[in-house]
Write a protein that binds this ligand. Structure first.
Ligand code: UDP
Length: 333
């Protein structure tokens, strides 16, 4: 029988889309979010138990675990600004590596042995081969990627010591929004390509700067594998089924296996919005590999997951619906 799921960071971008998907699957959900980056408005508060607080608060965790006895934890709560992680590494190791230890201690105490972890392709660092499969060497090039990679190691060690089973979901470039336009991506500051392009389309920012035009790619701009947030959500549900069936700890890439350049994304956004997007061309951004494309075969084999929304046009359309809708891409003014 299905137990309660504890979702850390469930009020954030990917977390909130996953919560919505899990509720559609009739799962019972408790969200723990400190609302540093999450949004209360992203949650259907009539259908989830919401606990506002921090996963590093041991007393709070004890209370949540005693009250809800969660069957599994889906762990989204983390900081995710790569550039900031370079200038303030301790903030990232504190929040992404140290804070989850308190969560894991509560899990160990309460015998909760299923963990689904929002990991990242940043654990691979600069790719030595494309597409990137799960056996690719792990050599993160920034503290953000390193903090995720180190927590994977911690989770494996907990597996050996007390039987924790984990699925590490290594996301490529999350993008798009729920097709309803009711929930979406709202980061402050917003640094991601697609929302920034759309902010340039609405005039909210003056232009979009393309970071680097001299990469060794066909049009000189970086290539990324854009994975729709609703596909990420379904992967979490499938990872959970896998663990419920007794699956062992495993890492799987979540990507489409296809890459698109920054220029291609901008052109598609112009077609979707019907607007000419003001573009400026700038230098490379530190730490950006020229190309990141997933080999997603293993996810299909192990958790029966496959991306359904492989065309970034669909991602841009759904993000544009959110951006041009009632909330103008923002939960609160
Ligand atoms: N990018 C860009 N201008 C921007 C934001 C991003 O040219 O204002 C590029 C960035 O260099 C990368 C791609 O778009 O090649 C995706 O970047 P994003 O920050 O969305 O995701 P990341 O790859 O850092 O996870």
């Amino acid at each position: 029988s299905k137990g309660t799921l504890l979702i850390t960071g469930g009020a954030g971008y990917i977390g909130s889309h996953t919560v919505r998907h899990l509720l559609e699957q009739n799962e019972r959900v408790v969200v723990l979010d400190n609302l540093v980056f999450g949004h209360r408005e992203a949650l259907p508060l009539d259908r989830v138990s919401f606990v506002e607080g921090d996963m590093a608060d041991a007393a709070l965790l004890e209370k949540v675990f005693s009250e809800h006895q969660p069957e599994a934890v889906l762990h989204f709560a983390a900081f995710a600004y790569v550039g900031e992680s370079v200038t303030d590494p301790l903030k990232y190791y504190r929040n992404n590596l140290a804070a989850p230890l308190t969560l894991l201690e509560a899990m160990q105490r309460h015998g909760c042995k299923r963990f689904i972890f929002s990991s990242t392709c940043a654990t691979y660092g600069d790719p030595v081969r494309i597409p990137i499969d799960e056996t690719h060497p792990q050599a993160p090039v920034n503290p953000y990627g390193a903090s995720k990679w180190m927590l994977e190691r911690v989770l494996r060690d907990c597996g050996h010591a007390w039987g924790l089973k984990s699925v590490f979901l290594r996301y490529f470039n999350a993008s798009g929004c729920h097709p309803s336009g009711e929930i979406g991506e709202d980061h402050n500051p917003e640094t991601h390509l697609i929302p920034r392009i759309l902010m340039a389309a609405t005039g909210e920012i003056e232009n979009i700067t393309v970071f680097g035009t001299d990469y060794a790619t066909p049009d000189g701009t970086c290539i990324r594998d854009y994975i729709h947030v609703c596909d990420l959500a379904s992967a979490h549900a499938l990872a959970l089924s896998y663990l419920r069936k007794g699956g062992e700890t495993v890492a799987v890439n979540l990507g489409t296996g296809r890459g698109f350049s920054v220029k291609e994304i901008i052109t598609t956004a112009e077609e979707v919005t019907g607007k000419k997007i003001p573009v400026s061309f700038g230098p490379r951004r530190a730490g950006d590999p020229s190309e990141l494309i997933a080999e997603p075969k293993l996810a299909k084999e192990i958790i029966q997951w496959e991306a359904l929304h492989k065309d970034p046009r669909e991602h841009i359309e759904s993000a544009w619906k959110w951006m041009s809708g009632e909330r103008h891409g923002r939960y609160s003014a």
